[in-house]
Ligand binder design. Structure first.
Ligand code: NAP
Length: 273
């Protein structure tokens, strides 16, 4: 039981397809005690069965990260129910629709600010507010995507948000490392989730990644869950400031892959995408 004795909070479960659910489940299976959050009353009812399955008990709190008072209330609740925490999972992102299609240069300022606030600043703010209740060897984890490093069609505004998030991970790792607290990100390959359905041509992205990754397949929330659990556990106690790819190796490719037919002739692997 790798996570026995660890207590942590997971933000960003929308349903059983969420990456956060995959991470929470992997941690629970390894003995962690969990608290989870929901966005508002509408989601409270929807998420209650998941909170029960993860044996969160009363540790099932509202938290819309755009509301600073809800982050403060989250700290109070965690302190009351847990005392101190050992890990935090930030699996939250949002960009208005106009930021996820069309031309990047046309993005309105309001959309840009909203995406940055929800998808980037919330991770920094959670660390700021919850730091007094973090144990000395606590581990913080957020979720990124390759579109924060290289151009990906339609990922537009979220790409810029992920670039800022990845750099925040490094600056936070240095600051919090002084107190023994670690900060890492997983850059996950594409997975069909609620958030992903907001991205134009997402199904093409899925096919492209499967065909052009060294492992020739997409990743699952179980894959990301297990890697996330490692980064939250003491197995990774000297790992911080990392952007860890869980993407079937897609990020190492410099050109689209080719396949060979029975005569040894090359074929373009992506012709059926
Ligand atoms: P998801 O299941 O839709 O999770 C996104 C979560 O963000 C939802 O639980 C959503 O809550 C929450 N959220 C949005 N605005 C919020 C706010 N103001 N306050 C609190 N929570 C808020 O999708 P996911 O794919 O698992 O996304 C999780 C993370 O993984 C995101 O950072 C995403 O960018 C990243 N990621 C995803 C992929 C992928 O292909 N799916 C790949 C790499 C990285 P509600 O649903 O209740 O609004």
């Amino acid at each position: 039981m790798i996570m026995k004795g660890k207590r942590g909070i997971v933000l960003g479960i929308a349903n059983k397809k969420s990456i956060a659910y995959g991470i929470a489940k992997a941690c629970k299976e390894q003995g962690a005690e969990l608290a989870i959050t929901y966005l508002n009353e509408r989601f409270e009812r929807k998420l209650k069965p998941i909170a029960d399955e993860l044996e969160c008990g009363e540790r099932f709190y509202p938290c819309d990260v755009s509301k600073p008072q809800e982050i403060k209330a989250l700290k109070e609740s965690l302190e009351k129910d847990f005392g101190k925490i050992d890990f935090l999972v930030h699996s939250i992102a949002f960009a208005p629709k106009e930021g996820l299609s069309g031309h990047f240069v046309d993005i309105p300022k309001e959309a840009f600010n909203v995406a940055m606030e929800i998808s980037v600043y919330s991770f920094i703010e959670l660390a700021q507010v919850l730091k007094p209740i973090m144990n000395q060897d606590a581990s913080l984890l957020t979720l990124s995507y390759y579109g924060g490093v290289k151009y990906i069609p339609s990922y537009n505004l979220m790409g810029v948000a992920k670039a800022a998030l990845e750099m925040s991970v490094k600056y936070m790792a240095e600051d919090l490392g002084r107190d023994g607290i670690r900060v890492n990100a997983i850059s996950a390959g594409p997975i069909k989730t609620l958030a992903a359905s907001g991205i134009d041509d997402f199904s093409f992205m899925l096919k492209w990644n499967a065909v052009n990754s060294p492992l020739r397949r997409n990743v699952t929330i179980q894959d990301v869950g297990n890697s996330g659990m490692y980064l939250l556990s003491d197995l990774s106690r000297s790992v911080t400031g990392e952007i860890h790819y869980v993407d079937s190796g897609f990020n190492i490719m410099g050109m689209p892959a080719i396949e060979f037919d029975e005569n040894g002739k090359t074929e373009i692997a992506w012709k059926d995408c």
